[in-house]
Design a protein around this ligand. Structure first.
Ligand code: ZN
Length: 432
C-alpha cells in the first residue's frame, strides 16, 4: 500500500450510507460528509473498505479528523477555485486527491506548516475555555481587539483625508467613492457573500455626483446549495433573478479588472501612482458585504493580489467628519455635532422613493429602494443636502439632488463673508 494513494471508502452511520475517499496509510485525510451527531458521538467508528472486504477492518477514531496538510490544501483550493466553491467537502476531497499526489514536497510545505499550527492551536484549545461555538475565549478577545484597532485606524485615515483636503483648500473638490453591492446569498459558515449587483459613484461637495458605474453580476451558480435562501432574499429585497438566469456580466475576472480600473482612475490621474489602495465608502451594515464581494470577484480573476488594493470605509463616519470640518471652516460651533446627529439625518433617506435614479431593471420591477445605483446616488444627495448649505454651494439637479428642489437656504453671490448668510447648522430639507 502506497502512502498517499486514494481509494474509495464507504461507511455506514446509523442513519445513512456515506461515500467518501480516504488515503491508504493516511486515513486522517478522510472528510466525512455526514452531519449526524450520532456519528460524532459514537467513536470509534468502524469503516468498511475494499480492504475490509479482504478481511481487514479499518478502525478510525473521530480524533483522526484533526487538521492535516491535505485538508488544509482542500480548504485553500475551495476558497480560491470557482468550481471548488460549488462542491461539497467530500467532492472537493475526491477532486483534490490526484492534485495532491502530483505535488512536490516543496509545494506541500505551506500546508504542512498550516496543519502543524492548527494542531498546536487545537492542543491549546484543550486547556483553554471555549465559547459555545468551540472558539477559545482568548482567540475571541484577540479578534475583538483587532476589530477595534482596525476601526480606529479607519477613523484616523478618514480624518487625515479630510484634513489634508482642508489644508490644501480643496475640500469642496475632494472626490469620494461610494460603493454598494446586492448579493444573492451568504454562506452559512463563513463571511462569504455572492455578488448580484454592483454600483459605484464619484462624489464631491462642489460637483455632487460626477459619474457612476453600475452593473449586474451573474456568478453562474448559487453557492453552498442555498437556493432557497437566495430566493427568499431576492423576493424580499432586490428581486433579481437567480443564477443561472441572472443578468449581467458572467466573466467575474474581467468585471473585477474593469471595476478596479474605474475606481482607480481619479487616484492614478492625480498622483501618477498605481499602488495606492483605493478607498471606497459604504454604510456600516454593508461593509462586510462590500469587502466580501470584492474578495469574491478578485479570486475569480487571474490573481487576487489586487484585493488588498480596495479598502472599505464607513460613509457615516465620513459624513460626520465632513460636517464637523465644514462647521469649523465657517466658524459655527460644532460641539453638539456627533455621530448620532449625522446618522439620524443620513437615515432619513429623503429620496428613497425618487424616480429616475435607479437602474432600468429596478425601475421596471418597482424595487428602486434596493437598487445599488439608487443607494449610492442617494448617499451623495443626503450628504449634499446637509453640508452644501454651510458652504453656500447651490444644489444642482441630478448632481446634488435628484430633481429640482426648493433650497432651504439662499446663496448670496459676491463677498465671501456675505455668502455665509444662509449657513444653517441643521440644514433641514423642507421639500419632503
Ligand atoms: Zn439596480
Amino acid at each position: 500500500m502506497k502512502t498517499g494513494q486514494l481509494f474509495p471508502l464507504v461507511f455506514t452511520c446509523t442513519r445513512r450510507l456515506v461515500h467518501a475517499h480516504a488515503a491508504a496509510c493516511a486515513p486522517i485525510w478522510l472528510s466525512v460528509d455526514c452531519c449526524h451527531t450520532c456519528c460524532a458521538a459514537s467513536a470509534p467508528t468502524v469503516f468498511s473498505t475494499p480492504l475490509a472486504r479482504a478481511g481487514t477492518l479499518l478502525t478510525l477514531h473521530m480524533a483522526q479528523n484533526k487538521p492535516n496538510a491535505f485538508m488544509a490544501f482542500v480548504a485553500d483550493w475551495r476558497a480560491f477555485n470557482r468550481f471548488g466553491r460549488g462542491l461539497s467537502t467530500s467532492e472537493a476531497v475526491a477532486k483534490c486527491g490526484p492534485i495532491w499526489e502530483g505535488m512536490s514536497d516543496r509545494e506541500r510545505g505551506p500546508y504542512k506548516s498550516k496543519a502543524k499550527d492548527s494542531n498546536v492551536l487545537e492542543r491549546e484549545s484543550k486547556t483553554e475555555r471555549l465559547n459555545c461555538l468551540g472558539v477559545t475565549i482568548s482567540k475571541m478577545q484577540v479578534e475583538k481587539n483587532e476589530a477595534i484597532d482596525a476601526d480606529l485606524q479607519m477613523k484616523r485615515n478618514i480624518k487625515r483625508i479630510v484634513l489634508k483636503a482642508t489644508n490644501s483648500m480643496k475640500l469642496e473638490e475632494e472626490e469620494f467613492l461610494f460603493v454598494s453591492f446586492n448579493y444573492f446569498t451568504k454562506a452559512l459558515n463563513g463571511d462569504v457573500y455572492q455578488p448580484a449587483e454592483l454600483s459605484a459613484c464619484r462624489f464631491s461637495l462642489k460637483g455632487g455626483i460626477s459619474s457612476n458605474y453600475s452593473t449586474m453580476i451573474n456568478p453562474g451558480h448559487i453557492i453552498f446549495g442555498q437556493t432557497s435562501d437566495a430566493q427568499d432574499h431576492s423576493r424580499t429585497t432586490h428581486k433579481l433573478p437567480l443564477p443561472p438566469n441572472a443578468m449581467g456580466e458572467k466573466n467575474l475576472g474581467n468585471l473585477y479588472s474593469d471595476t478596479l480600473k474605474w475606481l482607480s482612475a481619479s487616484n492614478d490621474e492625480e498622483d501618477g501612482q498605481h499602488d495606492h489602495p483605493v478607498i471606497v465608502y459604504t454604510t456600516p451594515e454593508l461593509m462586510p458585504v462590500v469587502k466580501s464581494c470584492f474578495r469574491y470577484l478578485a479570486c475569480e480573476g487571474d490573481t487576487d493580489k489586487h484585493a488588498e488594493k480596495i479598502m472599505v470605509y464607513d460613509i457615516c463616519y465620513l459624513f460626520l467628519t465632513l460636517k464637523k470640518t465644514v462647521l469649523d471652516l465657517v466658524g459655527v460651533p460644532n460641539d453638539h455635532m456627533n455621530i448620532h446627529v449625522t446618522n439620524s439625518f443620513f437615515r432619513r433617506d429623503f429620496f428613497e422613493f425618487s424616480s429616475g435614479i435607479a437602474c432600468d431593471y429596478h425601475e421596471k420591477v418597482d424595487r428602486t429602494k434596493y437598487c445599488t445605483k439608487s443607494m449610492v446616488l442617494r448617499w451623495g444627495y443626503m450628504i449634499s443636502l446637509y453640508i452644501c448649505g454651510d458652504l453656500a454651494i447651490p444644489l444642482q439637479p441630478r448632481k446634488h439632488v435628484p430633481i429640482e428642489v426648493k433650497h432651504s437656504y439662499t446663496v448670496t453671490p459676491g463677498d465671501s463673508s456675505l455668502a455665509l448668510d444662509g449657513t444653517s447648522t441643521d440644514s433641514g430639507y423642507s421639500g419632503y
